[in-house]
Design a protein around this ligand. Structure first.
Ligand code: SF4
Length: 234
């Protein structure tokens, strides 16, 4: 089926990534905290056989993609994913599902990253799903200073420094252009960090230019100015 670039862009915003053959889509499935139950895993495997070519892949941010889906099967695939509590997503100019390390299980973990991922996804990925932003906004959490999930490269990073106390890092970015994020002064409780994240989303929505990444907006306006706004010091 021939689709226009505009139609493909709309589908991309819903979690369907057009493949380079121009015919098929990879269905990206948001996996909160990178966690998939056995039942969900079985369903994803079954659907990859039913609609794709019998395999699925993991993205860098621990979501799942089933490639080789035909356009006419996208709706049915989404309906079947819903049966196990999953949905296409994790694309578009919005807050993306949070990326976390294995801090809940890891011996170095100072944070319960699994439950933090759930809280952050509920409040910011699902809660802000219909809030259009200038570009994607990535939140990254690591359970300790080792930073396995690379919070310094997320738009907003949280890093465990003491039990249940995090550093908040902003202005990271990794792509064609790369920026290493900078820390806000001090350490924060999770609820304080969540308030900072919410403020950052509103500032980005208000002051970001269409297409501009969060880090580039911070660079343009100035780290100190944004940091003061986030900390209520302006
Ligand atoms: S960042 Fe720390 S807590 Fe998280 S997986 Fe790495 S070592 Fe473990």
């Amino acid at each position: 089926m021939d689709l226009t670039d505009e139609e493909k862009k709309v589908l991309l915003g819903k979690g369907y990534v057009a493949q380079k053959d121009g015919l098929h889509f990879a269905c990206r499935i948001a996996m909160p905290g990178g966690k998939m139950t056995a039942r969900q895993g079985e369903k994803v495997a079954d659907l990859s056989v039913k609609y794709g070519q019998g395999y699925y892949t993991f993205t860098q941010r621990l979501n799942v993609e089933i490639p080789w889906i035909q356009y006419q099967d996208l709706d049915n695939l989404a309906k079947e994913l819903k049966e196990v509590g999953l949905a296409p997503g994790s694309t578009g100019r919005r807050v993306r599902p949070v990326l976390v390390c294995k801090g809940s299980l890891c011996k170095f973990g100072l944070l319960d990253t699994e439950s933090i991922a759930q809280k952050l996804d509920e409040r910011f990925y699902q809660g802000f799903y219909d809030v259009a932003l200038p570009n994607k906004l990535r939140i990254v959490v690591s359970g300790c200073g080792n930073g396995c999930s690379k919070p310094q490269l997320g738009c907003i990073g949280l890093q465990g420094r003491q039990p249940d106390k995090v550093a908040v890092i902003i202005q990271g970015m990794f792509g064609k252009e790369k920026l290493v994020g900078r820390e806000l002064p001090g350490l924060f409780s999770l609820s304080e960090a969540m308030e900072i994240i919410e403020k950052a989303i509103f500032i980005y929505r208000e002051k970001g230019i269409a297409g501009e990444r969060f880090a580039k907006m911070v660079e343009r306006i100035g780290f100190e100015s944004i940091a003061n706004s986030l900390l209520g010091l302006d």
